[in-house]
Every structure is written in C-alpha cells, then in structure tokens.
Design a protein around this ligand. Structure first.
Ligand SMILES: CC(=O)c1csc(NC(=O)C2C[NH2+]C2)n1
Length: 130
C-alpha cells in the first residue's frame, strides 16, 4: 500500500546517495562504468556477472532493490569481480585489488553508520510479503 511505497522511495534515496558518494571518490574511478570490452576483450570470458556503479544507479531507478541486502549483493560483485580479474602480483593488479578492498570496506562502513536497522527490517517485511 502507500506506506510501503513511501518506505521503498526512502530506500532508493538512501541507495542513490551511497552510490553517488562512491562514484565521486577518485579511488573508485575504475568501478564507475562497465568495463569496456574493446579495451579489455577477455573480460567477459572471466567475469560472468559484470557490475559497476552506474549500473547500480540504473538498477535503483528501475526499482530492482527492495532490501539493502539485494543492493549489497550487486555492490559486492563490483569488488569481487575486480579481485577475480586482477589476481597477479604486478603493480596494476595490486593497485586495483587495493581499491576493490577499499570499496568493500567503504560500503559496509556507510551502511553500518547510516542504515537504521528498524528501517531495514521494514524493507525485509515488504520483500517477504511480495
Ligand atoms: C574494473 C576492473 O576490475 C578492471 C578494469 S581493467 C582491469 N585490469 C587490467 O586492465 C589489467 C591489469 N591486470 C589486468 N581490471
């Protein structure tokens, strides 16, 4: 009902705010857009579920996420994919893995500091009711 749509609207605002703040952080520049398959031709052979910050924003606007957990699953793909695609000891790989770990920790810290657990519980009730 209307109250549920009010809750989901507030969730989308919260998720857009997180995603936009991450997109502004220069450390996460490599994660802002889908990997360019022209530049990285083997990427889709290695990474089965690509994800990036601009796609997160599109998903939010398309009402894909009803709980923070669903958003986190896609946000986690961004750094997990980067660790998987960049396993080597060369400096480029190490650098992007460092940024991927920073992304993981930053998302979790924002959510721990800024998400009200009662609000998340209401979102999970809505998910279970649908
Ligand atoms: C987004 C992402 O994870 C990404 C984009 S390019 C890249 N890695 C490289 O270009 C090479 C350095 N060793 C492979 N990783």
């Amino acid at each position: 009902e209307e109250q549920e749509e009010d809750v989901l609207r507030e969730l989308r605002l919260f998720l857009r705010n997180i995603t936009e703040r991450l997109s502004l952080d220069r450390r996460f520049k490599a994660f802002t857009k889908p990997v360019d398959i022209e530049e990285v031709p083997d990427y889709l052979m290695v990474i089965k579920k690509p994800m990036d910050l601009s796609t997160l924003l599109t998903n939010i606007d398309e009402h894909k996420y009803i709980t923070i957990g669903e958003f986190m699953a896609d946000a986690d793909l961004i750094w997990k994919n980067a660790l998987e695609y960049n396993p080597d000891s060369d400096p480029m790989d190490r650098n992007i893995r460092h940024r991927a770990c920073a992304l993981k920790d930053t998302v979790r810290a924002i959510i721990r500091d800024e998400l009200d657990e009662d609000f998340e519980r209401v979102c999970e009730e809505i998910r279970e009711s649908r």
